[in-house]
Design a binder for this molecule. Structure first.
Ligand SMILES: CC(C)(COP(=O)(O)OP(=O)(O)OC[C@H]1O[C@@H](n2cnc3c(N)ncnc32)[C@H](O)[C@@H]1OP(=O)(O)O)[C@@H](O)C(=O)NCCC(=O)NCCS
Length: 165
């Protein structure tokens, strides 16, 4: 499967249900109480809010993955926070996740992007390998950050990627 930049497009309202299904079907996300705040409504809010950038990877017009992130201007420099990235199971390990992260890093409009932040469960080993492979580095631990459906707590790892100029 050839990963093409032209297959990365802005998410639209008709993608919301599919995005929600991807989140609901992923154990690392659905074990968190209230899906960690993710709902069709919250996805819709992000898609329609111009402060957020919500992108999908499409193969033959079918959504395979999405990313939602937020560029924040600090003085004249931009930072980005990735809220969520999720790739449909059968499309994993094909480079789609990496292509979505690269797209966020290399947006011409945000050429003076300095760093990207994100957090994920310390138990999510595939996310850890994936982010480290993309060049993210560990910054800190947020103890008992997530509450699971069984009311147990899980730590979050905060990671950062410094964009090389
Ligand atoms: C994490 C996730 C986004 C990765 O997406 P992906 O498209 O499969 O990632 P890529 O194909 O670009 O992987 C690039 C590299 O990351 C690492 N990686 C990705 N998935 C991995 C896994 N399951 N186990 C170990 N390493 C992994 C590998 O080094 C991989 O390179 P390789 O396939 O040549 O070995 C995907 O597994 C996913 O959607 N997970 C569920 C949602 C989630 O946990 N999101 C992150 C927390 S918010």
């Amino acid at each position: 499967m050839k990963i093409l930049k032209k297959n990365i497009l802005k998410l639209k309202a008709n993608n919301i249900i599919h995005c929600y299904k991807l989140i609901s079907n992923e154990y690392n996300l659905n074990k968190i109480k209230n899906l960690n705040g993710w709902s069709q409504k919250s996805i819709s809010n992000y898609i329609h809010n111009p402060k957020y950038i919500s992108l999908g990877y499409f193969q033959k017009k079918k959504l395979c993955a999405f990313i939602i992130s937020n560029y924040i201007k600090i003085n004249d420099i931009f930072e980005n926070e990735i809220l969520l990235i999720c790739v449909e199971k059968k499309f994993r390990r094909k480079g789609i996740g990496t292509a979505l992260i690269s797209y966020i890093i290399n947006q011409k409009k945000y050429f003076n992007l300095s760093s990207i932040y994100l957090e994920f469960s310390a138990k999510n080993r595939k996310a850890k390998s994936f982010y480290e492979n993309c060049g993210f580095k560990y910054i800190s631990l947020r103890k008992k950050y997530y509450t699971l459906n069984n009311n147990k707590k899980e730590d979050a790892l905060l990671y950062k990627l410094e964009k090389r100029t």
